[in-house]
Structures are given as structure tokens and as C-alpha cells.
Design a binder for this molecule. Structure first.
Ligand code: NAD
Ligand code: MN
Length: 784
């Protein structure tokens, strides 16, 4: 045997981790496990339970409680009872508890890692080196946010009782992502782990108990999806946080719509892994191994779609296959193992079925001949080539060790392939050329972009999706907002004098009413005035009769408006200075027509001339305000544990639908539309139903203000006739509800899981800007 042969055939001897302490823990607490409610260990009222297995061996680990309605009720009641004192305790006190939890997690590092591996099947190397350290880091970091809460987030308060439902792929880490920020902000929680992997959450409950966390602040109930639904649909829960499948996410989005509950969703993905010809190929291969075979590919942000530049595709695939053949698959308790077991037989079967479908649809499947363990739930690393971009295996999340590969010619094609998905969770770009890397990073629509790296996480960088990958962020300052809300305030808008229709001064009303009666305002779509599709108009009346007419919009007008707005995406990348200049210009042009606008507003609303003039002046100032903000709502550079830069960019949401209130028909319209425009969104605005002319009079202002066609579209009419069409349109990314029933909008917009904001007109500028954007984190490691 030559040295070369020895090196090639040399196998790794097994290096088993000891399970002694985990066994002792299981023996002490099992074989049937209770739940942690109100600081007590309890068994479910019904006595129902289910079994939890080690998927690598099939061994039964214990019996887990199945919480029913009364159990969930008592958990929620305990959280409710604990809320007043926990939320009003000083940040420093909450910080000390979170810090103590972090210390305990570190102290029980091995126990937690082993329990996690036994229950989930993932390699001990991962639980030991990734899951548990990140859990500790998360609690330390959020101890900090608790300490700094009052000084960092003045004007915000905790949301209340949080119902949290998590998946099985990172059981303890997902628990940490949910519980740490919730507690830091002063909320109390009821959390349900996934049914395949409940045990580490019970160890965690014991930790909460050992640090003396007040009863009811953290409640852990176990059970399956039925228990999950009992939590997410519970009347006394203020906020739901869910991580899991898009399918269940949609159920929850629907169930919570109209309930007034706050919601964040972290769902699936089909994240692109883009390799350019100038990439460091060996690093890219290792990155890819990490992207798709870490945790057996059961990762929501897995780099499951390889996009490789055509010029290097063949060589890259070859290297990839030989690397795949070297992956070691087996007992996850062995420290030398790369891939462990799939979490459950049902999940393994799903993966297998999807691969079959991939073959049936014409894809070419390749798997190395590596032997799999004889028993247990294993699936080999798998590569699909020759796939069409529209095939199921390319579009749907497999949630297993299955990679699909497509090729591209240039960066434009790479970007369009990358974005050819309804998801938007993450992306990875490999190129040694900084121009290519950053350009592509900017244009991928996803919440986390890793440049020349992958699967980077840190407590101080927000993680979360665009589009159907969900909304809300976990981690960092941006993640804290998911667990608080602006302080409820008694004070209404400064324009309360506009509320009732006041007696007009006769002078202004008669003149304006008379001269405008023959003018019918059209719609404003794609930069042009358009007749309403239905051909109907409606009267706009003031206290002295008809003031004018506007078009009566319908679904077709909405479709046209969405199409125009979707085509105006250049606005998102127009530089902030230019956007700000255009908003200033609108303000200027509006000011020049102040008198005309004031007359009109007075005729419509019955305001005195003076009050109407001040409404216009306020609107001018409002346009100035958001013009000013356009180039000042900076992102951040996060300090994380990675050596390099993490750039947090505030990116526009895309196409946003807005319904405007009757009060302050011009100024209110501006307050809703202008911040969205300032941040680079395209807008479909629905002006006040009773006072729409203030907005339609703006057409001429807009036409002379260089606002690109399609960036702002205005549809008038009877809201109930077309707002549901706007809310349900898949081309609309978000809805701001300034008037009308927010519940109806939430229900109508379930299909693409839009982020919906019930506008608070008094909210701070910061809140308006935050609601206009979502954060993309670009990870840029460096070093020579
Ligand atoms: P799932 O969405 O069914 O389960 C996630 C959690 O939701 C579990 O705790 C479950 O008990 C609970 N749940 C199920 N139905 C519920 C309901 N109606 N109401 C409230 N809670 C409910 O995910 P899964 O069955 O564990 O896995 C199925 C697929 O989900 C996977 O194949 C994968 O595609 C995807 N998934 C994604 C992630 C992610 O992080 N994005 C994590 C796990 C699974
Ligand atoms: Mn299990």
C-alpha cells in the first residue's frame, strides 16, 4: 500500500460522545414527562401522551404529555397573571434572569447537546458546536436588551402574553430565539416545542426553575399540532410567533386574521447558493456542504438551490460529487460524523417521495454509494441536475439533504433565477469580485445574504424572511420590535378639529362648489389619468351639496394599478437623494396651489377657509418631513461574532396598498403615502371615500413632479367594492390600513401572507419608517 493509498482509504475511527449524563437525566425525569406550567411540573388533565424516539436508533426516549384545552388554558392564565409584575419589573431585573439562564445553558452545555442529538438525530458535532453555543449567546445578548430596554426603546411597551410554536430542526435554538427577546421586552410566554423533539425544552424549563424565574413567565406545554392550534387560536394571547412550514404558517395567518393578535412568521425557503466563475471554488464547495448538508438539510435557510455559472458548471459538479462521496453518514453521537439521522420516518418518506417526483419530472438524480446504517432514519446526500426551473423539486422546499443545480450565464440571469421563487429567506453568493458579490447581494430578495460564507447566525443580527418566507425578524435590535408595540396613547391626531364637519364659511364653499361640479376626477394609474374600468362615477358631496365627481373603482382598476406598481420597481433602487428631491418637488408644487387645495377641502369637508389652509400647509410640511427622511433612515453595521461586517439594510417592502382615513384628507393621505415613497416602495393609495378630491387634485402636482410612472397609483370609489381585491392581490406585498376594517384586510390577504399594519396616525416617524421597510442582513466576512 502506498502512502497515497493509505491516506485515501484511511477511515476515521469512531469517536463516540458519552451519553451518561443524558441517560441519568432521562431516567430521573422519565420515562413519562410532565409539562412546566406556572412554575410547576404538571401532567395533562386528560392523561393523553405520545412517544418520542431517537431517529438514529429507533429507541424510545420517553412519553411526552399531550396538552389539551384545559392545560393550554392554565398555561395562558399563568402567563397572564405573571405579566403585570414581569413587564413592570426593571430592565435590570429581567437582565439578571436572562443572564442567569445563559450561564445555566453553558453549565449544562453537554447535557443539552446530547439530549438534542438523541431526540433529533443531528450530529453531536453540530449540537455541541453550533446549537447550544448559539443558545447561550442568544440569552446573553438579550440580557443586554432587557438592561437597555427603557433607554433604547422609549415609547414602546411589551406586547403581552406570547404564544410561541416552534419546529423540530433546531429545537433548543428556536426556543431561544423565541423566549429570549420576549422576556427581554417584558412579555410572558407559552411555548410549545415540536412533537418530535420536546425534551430539550423540558430541560430548559428546569433551568428556568433553577434560576428562580417567577412562575408563569415561561410556560412550556407539549403536544402536537392540535395543541399548537389551541395556543395560536387562544383568545387571551396577544402575540403569536411561529416557525415552521409555510403550510401551517398560512393556517395560522388565517386563524389570527381579524383577532387583533400580533403575529410573526418564520417559514420555509428555497434559498439560492450562487457560485460565479471567479469564486474560490474549494471554499464554495465546503460552503455548499455546510449550506445543504448541515443538519441533514433540515434547515429553513438551507442553500438548496445551487446556481452555478455555466463556464465552470461541469468542473464544479465533478468536485461536488467527489466531496459528497466523502461525507460520513451514521450514528450522530459519533463526533466524526458529518450527517446524522432524519428527524422521523415520516419526514424521510417525504424526502424520498419528493426525489421520486423530481426524477419523474425529468431531473437527473445522483447519490454517492456511501453505505447507510442498517437501522434508523437516514437519507444520503443527493444532487439533482438537468432540472427545469419550474419543476417541483426546484420550486418546493424538500427539507432534507437534497440539492438541485441550475446554471446561469451572467449576473443578471443569476439574479433573476435566484428570485424566481415565492420564498425569500436567505441567499449565498460566491465570487472573489467585490462588485459582483455586492451587486448580487443587493438584488436578491431575501432577509439574509451571505457573501462567500453561509449559515452565519448571531444574536445581534436579525433573521427572517421576505415574501412567503414570512415576516418579522428574530435577533438584534430589529428582532426586539417583534415583541413590543408603541405605547398606547390617549391623544389622537393633531387634526381633531377636522373630525366633525364644521360649518363652512359661506364664501368659500359656494364659489368652489360651483366651479368644480363639472369636473370628474379619474383614476391615477401608471402615471396617467385613467377612466374607471366600470365606467361609473360617484358624487362627492360637501355640506352644501355636490362638490365634484370621482371614478368608482373596481377590481379591474386594482389589477391595473398593481401591474403599474409592480412595473415601477426601479424606484426601489433610485438613490435616496433623488427620491428625496422628488418628494420636495411635490411639496413645492403643492404649495404653489395651496389656495386651490384649501378651497376644495373646505368645500368637501365644511372646514373654514383658515382650517383648510392649515390642512394644506400641514400636508406641505408632511411632504417635507418624509423627503427629509428619505436619505436618513440608515441601516446598521451589526457587531457579531463573525470576523467581518454585517450590513443591515432597510429595504423597501415592494408594492404597498394603503387605505386613507376621512380625517385630514390631504395631510392624512400624505402621512401614509409619503414615508412609503421615501423608502422606495411603490404605492396603491385609496383616498378617503368621502373626501377623495384632495387626493385626486394631486394628479397634476404629481405629473409635474418627476415621480416615475407607476410609483404612486390612486384608485377612488367605494372602498368595500375594491379594497378586498387590493388586499388579496398576490402582487401586493403589504397593506397599511388607515381606515376600514383591519380584520377584513388581514383575512383577505392570507394567500400571500402579507404583512398588514393597522396604521396608528400618531405613531413616531421611526415607526412609520420601520413599517415601510424590512431589514436585509448582508454578511461580509473578510481576512487574508
Ligand atoms: P409544521 O409546520 O407542521 O410544525 C411546526 C410546529 O407547528 C410544530 O410544533 C407543530 O406541532 C406545530 N403545528 C402543526 N400544525 C399546527 C397548527 N395547525 N396550528 C398551530 N401549530 C401547529 O412542520 P413539520 O411537520 O415539523 O415539518 C413539515 C415541513 O415543514 C417540513 O418538511 C419543512 O418543509 C417545513 N419546516 C420548516 C421549518 C422552518 O424552520 N422553516 C422548520 C420545520 C419544518
Ligand atoms: Mn425525537
Amino acid at each position: 500500500m502506498t502512502v497515497k493509498e493509505i491516506l485515501e482509504s484511511l477511515d476515521w475511527g469512531p469517536a463516540p460522545e458519552s451519553d451518561k449524563f443524558a441517560r441519568e437525566w432521562l431516567d430521573q425525569h422519565g420515562p413519562s414527562f410532565g409539562m412546566y406550567i406556572n412554575g410547576q411540573w404538571v401532567t395533562p388533565e386528560s392523561g393523553d401522551n405520545f412517544e418520542s424516539f431517537n431517529p438514529a436508533t429507533g429507541e424510545l426516549l420517553g412519553t411526552i404529555s399531550q396538552a389539551g384545552e384545559s392545560d393550554v388554558n392554565s398555561a395562558v392564565a399563568a402567563a397572564r397573571a405573571a405579566l403585570p409584575s414581569w413587564s413592570s419589573s426593571p430592565g435590570h431585573v429581567r437582565a439578571r434572569y436572562l443572564y442567569a439562564i445563559a450561564r445555566q445553558v453553558q453549565k449544562h452545555h453537554r447535557l443539552l447537546a446530547v439530549i438534542e442529538t438523541l431526540d433529533n438525530g443531528k450530529p453531536i458535532r453540530e449540537t455541541r458546536d453550533a446549537d447550544v453555543p448559539l443558545v447561550a449567546r442568544h440569552f446573553y445578548h438579550h440580557a443586554g436588551w432587557a438592561q437597555l430596554f427603557d433607554e433604547t426603546f422609549p415609547g414602546y411597551e411589551p406586547v403581552g402574553v406570547c404564544g410561541q410554536v416552534i419546529p423540530w430542526n433546531f429545537p433548543l435554538l428556536m426556543l431561544a430565539w423565541k423566549i429570549a427577546p420576549a422576556l427581554a421586552a417584558g412579555n410572558t410566554v407559552v411555548l410549545k416545542p415540536a412533537e418530535f423533539t420536546s425534551i430539550s425544552a423540558l430541560v430548559f424549563a428546569e433551568i428556568c426553575n433553577s434560576v428562580g424565574l417567577p412562575p408563569g413567565v415561561v410556560n412550556i406545554v407539549t403536544g402536537d399540532g392540535k395543541t399548537g392550534a389551541l395556543i395560536t387560536e387562544h383568545d387571551d394571547i396577544d402575540k403569536v410567533a411561529f416557525t415552521g412550514s409555510t403550510e401551517v404558517g398560512r393556517i395560522i395567518r388565517k386563524a389570527t386574521a381579524g383577532s387583533g393578535k400580533a403575529l410573526t412568521l418564520e417559514l420555509g425557503g428555497k434559498s439560492p447558493f450562487i457560485v460565479f466563475e471567479d469564486a474560490d471554488i474549494d471554499s464554495a464547495i465546503e460552503g455548499l456542504v455546510n449550506a445543504i448538508w448541515f443538519n441533514q438539510g433540515q434547515v429553513c435557510c438551507a442553500g438548496s438551490r445551487l446556481l452555478v455559472q455555466e463556464s465552470i458548471a461541469e468542473r464544479f459538479h465533478e468536485k461536488l460529487r467527489s466531496r459528497m462521496a466523502k461525507l460520513r453518514i451514521g450514528n450522530p453521537m459519533n463526533k466524526a460524523i458529518d450527517m446524522g439521522a432524519i428527524v422521523d420516518e415520516s419526514q424521510r418518506k417525504t424526502i424520498e417521495d419528493m426525489c421520486k417526483l423530481g426524477c419523474d419530472e425529468g431531473g437527473e438524480m445522483w447519490q454517492p454509494s456511501t453505505e447507510l446504517p442498517e437501522q434508523g432514519c437516514f437519507f444520503p446526500p443527493t444532487l439533482f441536475t438537468n432540472v427545469s426551473p419550474s419543476s417541483t423539486i426546484v420550486q418546493e422546499e424538500v427539507f432534507g439533504p437534497v440539492l438541485v443545480s441550475l446554471t446561469f450565464r451572467n449576473h443578471k440571469e443569476a439574479i433573476s433565477l435566484a428570485n424566481n421563487t415565492r420564498y425569500g429567506l436567505a441567499g449565498s453568493v460566491w465570487s472573489q469580485d467585490i462588485d459582483t458579490a455586492l451587486e448580487v447581494a443587493r438584488y436578491i430578495r431575501a432577509g439574509a445574504i451571505w457573501v462567500n460564507c453561509t449559515n452565519q447566525f448571531d444574536a445581534n443580527a436579525g433573521f427572517g424572511g421576505y415574501r412567503e418566507s414570512g415576516f418579522g425578524r428574530e435577533g438584534g435590535r430589529e428582532g426586539m420590535y417583534a415583541y413590543m408595540r408603541p405605547l398606547s396613547s390617549e391623544t389622537k391626531t393633531g387634526n381633531s378639529d377636522v373630525k366633525g364637519k364644521q360649518k363652512p364659511s359661506t364664501e368659500s364653499s359656494t364659489s368652489s362648489g360651483a366651479e368644480s361640479v363639472d369636473r370628474t376626477a379619474k383614476m391615477y394609474i401608471g402615471g396617467k389619468q385613467k377612466r374607471p374600468d366600470g365606467g361609473y362615477t360617484m358624487d362627492v358631496t360637501g355640506p352644501d351639496g355636490t362638490v365634484g365627481q370621482v371614478g368608482r373603482g373596481n377590481r379591474k382598476d386594482i389589477r391595473d394599478a398593481v401591474e403599474a406598481a409592480s412595473g415601477a420597481t426601479k424606484w426601489a433602487t433610485t438613490n435616496a437623494h433623488t427620491r428625496s428631491q422628488i418628494l420636495y418637488y411635490i411639496a413645492e408644487n403643492l404649495e404653489q396651489r395651496s389656495a386651490e387645495f384649501a378651497t376644495r377641502i373646505s368645500a368637501m369637508t365644511g372646514l373654514t377657509t383658515e382650517a383648510a389652509e392649515s390642512e394644506v400647509a400641514d400636508a406641505v410640511s408632511e411632504w417635507f418631513r418624509w423627503a427629509a427622511w428619505a436619505d436618513k433612515y440608515d441601516g446598521a453595521v451589526h457587531e457579531t461574532t463573525m470576523h467581518g461586517l454585517v450590513l443591515a439594510l432597510n429595504e423597501p417592502l415592494g408594492v404597498v396598498g394603503v387605505t386613507c382615513p376621512d380625517e385630514s384628507p390631504l395631510c392624512g393621505f400624505t402621512r401614509l403615502v409619503a414615508p412609503l415613497l421615501a423608502m422606495g416602495n411603490s404605492v396603491i393609495a385609496v383616498p378617503s371615500q368621502s373626501n377623495p378630491l384632495a387626493a385626486t387634485d394631486l394628479y397634476q402636482v404629481l405629473e409635474t413632479s418627476d415621480l416615475p410612472a407607476g410609483v404612486l397609483n390612486i384608485v377612488t370609489g367605494i372602498h368595500s367594492e375594491f379594497v378586498p381585491a387590493l388586499a388579496s392581490h398576490d402582487g401586493v406585498d403589504s397593506m397599511w390600513v388607515g381606515t376600514g376594517d383591519v380584520d377584513e384586510v388581514q383575512i383577505a390577504s392570507v394567500s400571500n401572507m402579507k404583512r398588514v399594519w393597522k396604521v396608528n396616525m400618531d405613531a413616531s416617524g421611526d415607526e412609520f419608517l420601520r413599517q415601510s421597510t424590512h431589514v436585509k442582513n448582508i454578511w461580509l466576512p473578510h481576512g487574508v
